[in-house]
Design a binder for this molecule. Structure first.
Ligand SMILES: Cc1cc2nc3c(=O)[nH]c(=O)nc-3n(C[C@H](O)[C@H](O)[C@H](O)COP(=O)(O)O)c2cc1C
Length: 354
């Protein structure tokens, strides 16, 4: 059956949908993002914004196969973040199937397969977006993974490798035929990287090709964007990536835009700073599990957040002056000191807004 495409503007609440037994309510998904959507970030996003489904950063099936310790860490999950999708990538059906089983054992509610990553180190191994050029292998991988687990299997694709072929409709039909339960389209071609704008028309076209839930992704930053994507493309849900980095409040506004709940005010600068510090503490705890050298774990944790910490206060009064400092720290004490002084300065400058 071909899904009808909505052409009228719907009013929130936009309905929840299901991926097999998993309820996705509201129809808002936190995108998988390498080095970003680690357990601490997902927990914060869940608590503040309440997306219907969160994704881990992608996990290399080959690294799991070789029992790489750093990779196994990515399979740690927490009940409060449920429902959770673990995303894996790889180019070999057997290895992907084996990793999928481990992810299921680890407690994933959904197993997602990455066919969108365009970076050479991933594509060189025949994984990620390279599979957009190899429909037979791509289908074999999805089939093997579906056969290996009881949880629903989903696939995240880009439109195609380059502009010469909009490959997603044929691929998505193949994946649906072998049992995939949801398709997400990042509406760019692999060759684009993050250049240009996402072309939501491609999501609308893909809508006609599949009956399983279809998730639209690419350049959603505001509640208005999310509603427009739902209305213009007929997709079942919206996935948000970059807008949610160090900004769970943006994700919360998008959630409210989809559910019709009133948007809470804020965040204040104090909330931003306190959340950044909490993110850092949670990341230190996360990095410390099973480690004997706790100082080393702390350094790793703080360094891993160097790109994200400045974003918590981006655009706020005086943020530019401490940005450099935030991206060179490697201890929690220094971070707390820097952000506390900054907060004091903000509160002296504009007490009414803090
Ligand atoms: C830092 C970063 C890391 C990413 N890592 C992944 C990943 O591990 N798996 C994946 O499927 N996509 C990954 N993506 C792509 C996002 O999931 C998403 O498709 C893309 O950012 C477009 O959505 P946006 O415009 O809402 O950011 C990543 C994007 C960013 C910015």
């Amino acid at each position: 059956m071909v899904q009808p495409v909505r052409i009228i503007e719907l009013k929130p609440p936009y309905p929840a949908f299901r991926i097999g037994p998993v309820d996705v309510a509201p129809p808002l998904l936190l995108a998988p993002m390498e080095d970003v959507t680690s357990l601490p970030m997902r927990l914060l996003a869940k608590r503040i914004a309440g997306p219907g489904l969160v994704f881990t950063e992608f996990v290399s099936a080959m690294a799991v196969h070789y029992k790489a310790r750093k990779t196994f860490k990515k399979l740690r999950i927490h009940p409060d973040e449920r429902p959770l999708a673990i995303q894996i990538f790889g180019g070999e059906p057997d290895v992907m199937a084996e990793t999928a089983r481990l992810c299921e054992e680890a407690g994933a509610d959904v197993l997602d397969i990455n066919m969108g990553c365009w970076v050479p180190k991933v594509c060189r191994t025949g994984s990620g977006a390279a599979l957009l050029k190899d429909p037979e292998t791509a289908q074999a991988i999805v089939g093997a993974v579906v056969d290996s687990v009881a949880i629903p299997v989903t696939v995240k694709v880009r439109a195609g490798w380059d502009y010469s072929l909009f490959a997603a409709p044929d691929l998505a039909k193949r994946f649906q035929d072998v049992g995939a339960r949801m398709i997400t389209l990042h509406a760019r071609f692999a060759k684009q990287g993050f250049e240009g704008e996402a072309d939501w028309q491609l999501i609308r076209e893909l809508r006609r090709a599949v009956t399983v839930p279809l998730i639209g992704n690419g350049d959603v930053r505001t509640p208005e964007d999310a509603r427009r994507m739902m209305d213009e493309t007929g997709c079942d849900g919206v996935m948000v990536g970059r807008a949610a980095i160090s900004n769970p409040w943006a994700l919360r506004r998008i959630r409210c835009g989809l559910t019709g709940e009133p948007e809470p005010s804020g965040p204040t600068i104090r909330e931003r700073v306190m959340t950044a510090l909490e993110h850092a503490r949670m990341t230190i705890e996360y990095e410390s599990v099973g480690e004997s050298d706790l100082r080393d774990a702390e350094i790793r944790a703080i360094r891993s957040l160097r790109g994200q910490l400045p974003l918590y206060i981006k655009g706020e009064f005086g943020a530019a002056e401490i940005r450099g400092r935030l991206s060179t720290l490697d201890s929690y004490a220094e971070l707390e000191d820097t952000l506390s002084r900054y907060l004091e300065q903000c509160e002296r400058h504009a007490p009414a807004t803090t």
